[in-house]
Design a protein around this ligand. Structure first.
Ligand code: NDP
Ligand code: GDR
Length: 322
């Protein structure tokens, strides 16, 4: 039986990855940090199928112990301070979690067992102010936020441990991916939650920042399969994972209101709210995942329309049951 340790198991991607690995017969361990009120909502349904270990990206000893105690074949590092907007408010902490946290895990692998395979959650935010369209593995990085800068560090330290110690370490450069488990502060979930509430008469306004940025939005459940596939190859490498299609925030809003049958959506939306604007914006992302398709045989399965509908319907159900 193979085993895997997932950091960030309580977030959006962690539970989808855990479900996939369980279905493949893995013993799954999840790293959780101590919180006064544990955040278990996203893993409630698999709670008895996984084993949780306590650890924090800030604490080297706890990461080393987690790896010693779980003896995993594979480590998936999904933990991070992942909200781009917050990275301007807490740039140092973001660097500690999202950049140095990667080195701490790699150090734990190097010292405990360098044969453990490692997946790093890199991000399309590394492309930031894009120099090429669509963006692929060789596109130059120009991050636009402390988060993006931290992810570039995480990306290169992963490559460095591969080259320095021959560790099987891969980075998945994942473009935005969403789901009903997405945190409420990210724009997609903020929109689908508000649309559900507006249609039920519980809310009458949706305040957003800019409606212009375009993102290549996929479904988290599709993307975790690519993470697993990367670690099953002969050779460690880096891959862009994306749908190859992008849409503006405005299009996401329109599509979400369409699901509940509201066409005059403008009357509910307040755009360009200063508190939701960013000091530097990433205007346009669209990924070229042809390498992943060719080498991993990976393709996204869920369309933009299906994704929006899935998220709105899940929020409607949640709000109706409240
Ligand atoms: P989430 O923000 O939903 O989850 C982040 C996870 O990291 C949570 O489980 C959180 O735990 C954990 N975490 C945060 N800080 C620490 C810490 N100090 N020690 C241990 N655990 C910690 O992220 P997603 O699931 O959306 O994304 C997974 C990864 O992929 C992240 O690294 C993200 O940056 C990256 N990524 C995401 C993309 C996306 O579109 N979703 C695209 C590209 C990259 P807690 O519950 O305690 O807060
Ligand atoms: P992003 O996701 O920054 O792309 O990072 P987010 O959903 O936060 O923003 C997407 C775009 O929407 C614009 N926007 C708003 N965003 C939020 N959150 N709230 C608003 O009110 C709002 N109004 C407009 C943003 O300015 C932005 O252009 C996500 C995270 O998951 C990262 O961890 C990951 O690495 C990248 O995706 C790929």
């Amino acid at each position: 039986m193979k085993s895997a340790l997932i950091t960030g198991i309580t977030g959006q991607d962690g539970p989808y990855l855990a479900e996939l690995l369980i279905s493949k017969g893995y013993k799954v361990y999840g790293l959780v940090r101590r919180l006064s009120t544990p955040n278990m909502e996203n893993i409630q349904h698999i709670y008895d199928k996984i084993e949780l270990l306590s650890g924090d990206l800030l604490d080297q000893g706890s990461l080393t112990d987690a790896i010693k105690n779980s003896k995993p074949d594979e480590v998936y590092n999904l933990a991070a301070q992942s909200f781009v907007k917050a990275s301007w408010d807490q740039p140092v902490l973001t660097g500690e979690f999202t950049a140095l946290g990667v080195t701490r895990i790699l150090e734990a692998i190097r010292t405990v067992d360098p044969k453990i395979k490692f997946y790093q959650a890199s991000s399309s935010e590394m492309f930031g102010k894009v120099t090429e369209t669509p963006q692929k593995e060789t596109t130059r990085f120009h991050p636009r936020s402390p988060y993006g800068v931290a992810k570039v560090y995480g990306h290169y330290i992963t490559l460095n441990y591969r080259e320095s110690y021959n560790i099987f370490a891969c980075s998945g450069i994942l473009f935005n991916h969403e789901s009903p488990r997405r945190g409420i502060e990210f724009v997609t979930r903020k929109i689908t939650n508000a649309v559900a509430r507006i249609s039920l008469g519980k809310q009458n306004k949706l305040e957003l920042g800019s409606l212009e940025p375009k993102r290549d939005w996929g479904f988290s459940g599709d993307y975790v399969e690519a993470m697993w596939l990367m670690l099953q190859q002969e050779k460690a490498d880096d891959y862009v994972i994306a749908t190859g299609e992008n849409h503006s925030v405005k299009e996401f809003v329109q599509e979400a209101f369409k699901v509940v049958g509201i066409s005059d959506w403008e009357k509910y939306v307040v755009a360009n709210e200063p508190k939701h604007m960013r000091p530097a914006e990433v205007d346009y992302l669209i990924g070229d995942a042809s390498k992943a398709q060719k080498v991993l045989g990976w393709k996204p399965k869920t369309s933009f329309k299906e994704l929006v509908e899935m998220m709105v319907k899940a929020d409607l159900e949640r709000e109706q049951n409240k």
